[in-house]
Design a protein around this ligand. Structure first.
Ligand code: ZN
Length: 512
């Protein structure tokens, strides 16, 4: 009896809405239930008491102020009847007119609240309305974490950071557009447009198309070619957009006649040398800057020794030998943080490298341990986390010099975060360099290989270049210390690092 009475009332209430339709609600491509869509003034709304529980959240309604807080796990969205501003986690705000409508004692929320990029960015999952399926789809899994770019003289590197490896396809479109489709990719900020405007790449925009995320690169006038590859730890897709070579008309091979004062602008050496064998100056290439950092110095002697040379002296001698070797190579410019026994704070060392835009950073040290039996060399590359407790201890020890510094200028946390974002890119490069150096160290020196390790060294952390830290041997082990006191062996150490750099450079195509 009661049911019969209620039913007509419900229908009456419903008919007061401008339009209601029912669509399917999917969670991660699985059908879950139906959900109602209400249309008021040609805009789509959901009933807050229906949609929010489906998303796994709760609502708090403040009737006096006309405000609703939508709590989704640890995130919240606040919407107000009086305001068109929707706030996401107090971080992002989006203007949505008439975001709330109250009818028949119910609070209706504009669809835009859930479909805009700020929602997925802050909430960690995204919603999509599929017109063809007539369905509201929720994707819980976000597997693309962020997109960053790095502008260099010769290229623009765009890195798509992933939470898991994703397959991708690459295509090119007319009008200077380049597209990477990430299959199964889900990006929290779909719709985002990242402006780069460095002449090579104008911008990157990311959109979500069904099960794929699409990154569309709008290319600039200097673009010539792209190289796309994947790296791991963290998983990422790297897109290098290379700068175009000199325009054709400037190439010597294309000139109608050759006059003596022509300087070839390009490296088309086979053509050039055939025509002008004696007049050609060597092709001009940008030299790669190798930054060498002998650890410690001045009032900071470095690790405790049992006899012989101090750590700062061993480091400096190896560094100077390496400096001489690298300086002889035409493709490198060697730079050294200190040539004498002076104290340089750690942050200044990395600042020096950054200011002169180093391509590689090599810090040279010697190890120490309470256990005199510990011996051998270790090559470290930068990582946020140490690979084992010992590595953490070595890093802590080398970092302890920070407290010795006159002007203990520690980076503030915001700067550190920025650094850690930028240098993420260099971790893999550092590990590659470390492996080449370790291989040669093992071959050329008497020191036992203790392996390649990861640790968060202060001096590497502040550097915007792939970097390694070499711990030659143990100051606290008599055999190691004896070897380090020997100038011929220190030369072998320098040679091992040098050879490692050469192999790395070769791999990177720097020597070509
Ligand atoms: Zn040291």
């Amino acid at each position: 009896m009661l049911k019969k009475l209620i039913l007509p009332i419900l229908i009456l209430t419903s008919s007061a809405y401008a339009g209601i339709s029912e669509v399917k609600f999917y969670k991660n491509d699985q059908y879950k239930s139906k959900i109602k869509i209400y249309v008021f003034s040609e805009k789509r709304y959901y009933d807050s008491s229906e949609i929010v529980p489906k998303l796994g959240g709760k609502t708090y309604w403040y009737s006096v102020s006309g405000k609703m807080i939508i709590q989704l796990k640890s995130h919240k969205i606040s919407v107000e009847k009086k305001s068109d501003i929707v706030k996401y986690d107090d971080e992002e705000t989006v203007e949505i007119s008439n975001c709330i409508i109250i009818r028949g004692g119910k609070v209706f929320l504009a669809e835009d609240i859930f479909l805009n990029p700020a929602f997925s960015k802050t909430m960690g999952f995204r919603l999509e309305f599929s017109e063809s399926d007539k369905a509201l789809k929720m994707y819980e899994k976000i597997n693309i974490s962020s997109i960053r770019y790095f502008s260099y003289k010769d290229k623009t590197r765009v890195v798509i950071y992933l939470y898991e490896p994703l397959e991708y396809s690459v295509s090119r479109q007319d009008g200077g557009k380049f597209i990477i489709s990430l299959i199964g990719g889900s990006y929290p900020a779909a719709g985002e447009n990242i402006s780069i405007d460095d002449g090579i790449v104008k911008s990157v925009s990311v959109s979500q198309e069904g099960k794929s995320a699409k990154a569309v690169f709008d290319l600039g006038e200097n673009f010539s070619d792209a190289q796309i590859f994947t790296l791991n730890n963290p998983d990422r897709i790297v897109a290098d957009f290379l700068v175009s070579k000199e325009p054709l008309k400037n190439r010597i091979g294309d000139l109608p006649a050759i006059t003596p004062d022509i300087k070839p602008a390009v490296s088309d050496s086979s053509t050039v040398s055939a025509v002008l064998p004696d007049k050609i100056s060597p092709e001009k290439k940008t030299k790669r800057k190798i930054f060498i950092d002998p650890g410690h110095g001045g009032k900071d002697p470095g690790g405790n020794r049992i006899f012989g040379m101090k750590e700062k002296e061993i480091n400096l001698d190896i560094a100077l030998k390496l400096y001489d070797m690298l300086s002889k190579r035409p493709e490198f410019e060697a730079v050294i943080t200190r040539k004498t026994d002076i104290f340089i704070p750690l942050n200044e060392r990395s600042e020096m490298a950054n200011k002169s835009s180093a391509d590689l950073f090599i810090s040279i040290h010697a190890n120490a341990s309470r256990n005199r039996k510990e011996s051998g060399f270790e090559i470290y590359f930068l990582s946020e986390k140490a690979s084992d407790p010992w590595s953490a201890e070595v890093a802590d020890y080398e970092n302890s010099v920070v407290s010795l510094e006159d002007d203990s200028k520690i980076y503030d946390s915001a700067a550190l975060v920025l650094h850690s974002l930028a240098k993420n890119e260099y971790i893999n490069e550092g590990s590659l360099l470390a492996s080449y150096v370790a291989k040669n160290f093992e071959k050329k020196t008497p020191f036992k290989n203790r392996g390649i390790k990861q640790a968060a060294f202060y001096v590497l952390r502040g550097t915007y270049a792939p970097g390694i830290l070499v711990e030659t041997g143990f100051m606290t082990n008599s055999a190691d210390q004896k070897n380090m006191n020997d100038s011929k062996i220190r030369k072998k150490v320098a040679e091992a690092i040098y050879q490692g750099v050469l192999e790395y450079a070769d791999k990177k195509g720097w020597t070509r």
